[in-house]
Write a protein that binds this ligand. Sequence first.
Ligand SMILES: Cc1ncc(COP(=O)(O)O)c(C=O)c1O
Length: 359
Amino acid sequence: MRVNDPISSSHHRHLVPEGAALSHGGRLRAAAMAVGRPLSDWLDLSTGIHPIGWPVPPVPPSCWQRLPEEEDGLEAAARDYYGCPTLLPVAGSQAAIQALPRLRECSRVALLAPGYGEHAAAWRGGGHQVRSIDALHRPAAVTQALERALDAVEVLVLIQPNNPTGLRCPPEQLLAWHQRLADRGGWLIVDEAFMDATPEQSLAQQSARPGLIVLRSLGKFFGLAGARVGFVLAEPALLARMRALLGPWTLSTPARWLAEQALRDRVWQQETRAGLSAAGARLAALLSRYHLPPSGGCGLFAWVRTERAPLLWQQLARQGILTRLFVEPPSLRFGLPGDEAAWQRLEYALSGCVLGAGD
Ligand SMILES: Cc1ncc(COP(=O)(O)O)c(C=O)c1O
């Protein structure tokens, strides 16, 4: 499957550093250079990162001087927030995605495509056998395909909600699949990077069950992608192996300090949840008005399938709006505009794009 963007797939290929395996949203500097528009003149909608994010206060100077300490309260704050007994902080959930394949002997792994491509890359890179299951069918058909694949794999990786399609499987279904895998020493890995707006659908509270591994991120809902903070929620034995693999001090002291404050800020979390569901609905309505009804998404992004995705990507980029282009299937992902001016700028840009019903 090709999931790519024009920055790496066209004449701008030279902007991609040697060895860069996968393209992602958020490469605003590369886009600015490629299109020749100053960085400050862009609206970046290419990620699912909350555009406002948790308001970071000044970091106490001692944070820069002291080594990270496990007794600083971060783990306790995270256990309270996720409602789970055991977890391990990691430098972004990406760190866990890359480490997990190294904690198993060669296995057969199923995952959905399209999905966040780093999972498949990590398992393939670790010498495992990866089978992609088409996530583009109706949810019931995807569930059936997963059901059929389950007995032929040891590991199932699911992103809940899926990025970019937004597909979610009911928690009871996931737990039933987990049980089948765990009975023969297998794993269910649930990447809940985009789950914070809907905690009632999370498997965090069940994550101490052997063979169930839940990944969480502070990069999306909290908007702290640059701090590189994530968590692995799993049984203690697996966490101990991952801790040994990753070594000490995976998170910087400033990152630990601000993550603890963000996880304890219940008022901000509640307000943000309410705001996100309104903003997500507004984005879907706006796109629909311009004949781009989303095929999926979650509160933090909308995913639009259209044959004209590459053209539309260019038209928007020419107006300084960066979206995330997927080549196969042709589609665009739109993150949330962060303020009224950004909403209006997106609307104005869409109104200038050549679009028609049925695109
Ligand atoms: C589904 C999903 N999981 C995990 C990640 C990694 O996020 P982080 O390493 O910032 O926690 C991303 C990043 O885009 C993602 O989309």
